[in-house]
Design a protein around this ligand. Structure first.
Ligand code: NAD
Ligand code: MG
Length: 393
């Protein structure tokens, strides 16, 4: 029996995780659920899964949740420390890290420090603190299992004894597939007019708002390059990106002998979630069979940096290394939030990120503690917000 904490249980990944878990009540028990400010949804999940703890953002949301739960015997906690506490409790065997953004970093890192099995959906953790996070996991025997569909696909087609060296495993490169988002064919001169409603509608996947916008700018693929770099110890020059609009091939590994191994499936996050939760067995996920009769074709093309400047910014930040990916991520989070509230346009997202990366005081060698990383993260957020406000003026 696995005893799990789900961080971000009310989000898209959290809901898919609980859906998989509900199919296997004999294998998983929920220790804690964390839902930030979405108390109605969290209350519903609490009634279904009876966790020992439920965690929300603050006291007000704790009061609301208590009212909704009535006399149900669930302890309600609030605040950032509570996220760490439920991720590190001694009873817990595994932690699903499905909070969105750098807000998910402290709890994921704490779980790594305690040697938990980490189901990692929160890619921002690896972008902001890849080196620190992977070293911490290794030093404490924490298993890091990739939930992100591309990384999960790669994980499935790498040799089972993959040691962390492409060369030793006869691998030439890792190929991330990307849908290209909703604006793959939009004329370039129309991109500036794209609205948040258009940008959050992904053609193939149903996801949270932030990652949906990231997919349409392809910042998501940029973050995923950095994620793959750390997860698989893959040098930047051995990473490829190919646009595959149907999202059926979830990623591939190119071997020295000319073989390319791919993982295919319907675009539904319950497949990678079930793969990781079930290891070493395969378990039912609820995802329908891939129907080849219904596929009109699988197509591929190269990404165009003029259409996707965020992809180029992320690629360059990965090459610079050190603090650059942390700067990239913080600036992007602020820019996407400003875009969603219609303060800036779609094409301004890349401009904000580029502006912050060009501030040389932010770019340094590696940052070795979470406090240093979080300080930089908050400095960059302030800088990005200030610059956005100056655009308004
Ligand atoms: P979402 O917006 O649907 O859900 C986010 C969850 O985090 C919610 O439970 C929310 O309450 C919680 N949350 C938000 N801000 C918080 C904060 N400051 N502190 C604590 N909790 C907070 O997002 P999502 O689409 O489920 O994505 C979650 C993570 O998984 C992201 O890092 C995303 O990049 C990654 N991911 C998502 C998908 C997908 O299909 N949705 C695929 C791959 C990777
Ligand atoms: Mg992905």
């Amino acid at each position: 029996m696995q005893i799990l904490t789900i961080l971000g249980s009310t989000g898209s990944i959290g809901v898919s995780t609980l859906n998989v878990i509900s199919r296997h009540p004999d294998q998983f028990q929920i220790f804690a659920l964390a839902g930030h400010t979405q108390v109605e949804k969290l209350a519903e999940q609490c009634r279904q899964f009876s966790p020992k703890y439920a965690v929300v953002a603050d006291k007000n949301h704790a009061t609301k949740l208590r009212e909704l739960l009535g006399s149900l015997k669930i302890e309600i906690l609030h605040g950032k420390q509570a996220l760490i506490d439920i991720a590190t409790a001694s009873e817990v065997t595994g932690v699903m890290c499905a909070i969105v953004g750098a807000a998910g970093l402290p709890s994921a890192l704490a779980a790594a420090q305690c040697g938990k099995t980490i189901y990692l959906a929160n890619k921002e953790t690896l972008v902001v603190s890849g080196s620190l996070f992977m070293e911490t996991a290794k030093a404490n025997g924490a298993k890091v299992l990739p939930i992100d569909s591309e990384h999960n696909a790669i994980f499935q087609v790498l040799p089972h004894d993959y040691s962390g060296s492409l060369k030793d495993s006869g691998i030439k490169s890792i190929i991330l597939t990307a849908s290209g988002g909703s604006f793959l064919h939009t004329p370039l001169n129309e991109l500036a007019q794209i609205t948040p409603t258009q940008a959050v509608k992904h053609p193939n996947w149903s996801m949270g708002q932030k990652i949906s916008v990231d997919s349409s700018t392809m910042m998501n693929k940029g973050l995923e390059l950095i994620e793959a770099h750390w997860l698989f110890n893959c040098p930047p020059e051995n990473l490829e990106v190919v646009i595959h609009p149907q999202s059926i091939i979830h990623s591939m590994v190119r071997y020295l002998d000319g073989s390319v191994l791919a993982q295919l499936g319907n675009p539904d996050m319950r497949t990678p979630i079930a793969y990781c939760l079930g290891l070493p067995e395969r378990i039912e996920s609820g995802v329908g069979d891939l129907d080849f009769g219904q596929l009109s074709g699988l197509t591929f093309s190269e990404p165009d940096f003029a259409r996707y400047p965020c992809l180029k910014l992320a690629y360059d930040a990965m090459l610079v290394g050190g603090s650059a990916p942390c700067v990239l991520n913080a600036a992007n989070e602020i820019a996407v939030a400003a875009f969603l509230r219609e303060q800036i346009g779609f094409t301004d997202i890349a401009r904000v990120v580029e502006h912050c990366l060009s501030q040389s005081e932010f770019i340094s060698g590696s940052l070795n503690s979470i406090d240093e990383l979080l300080d930089l993260d908050s400095e960059v957020r302030q800088n990005a917000a200030k610059w956005i406000n100056s655009l308004d003026a």
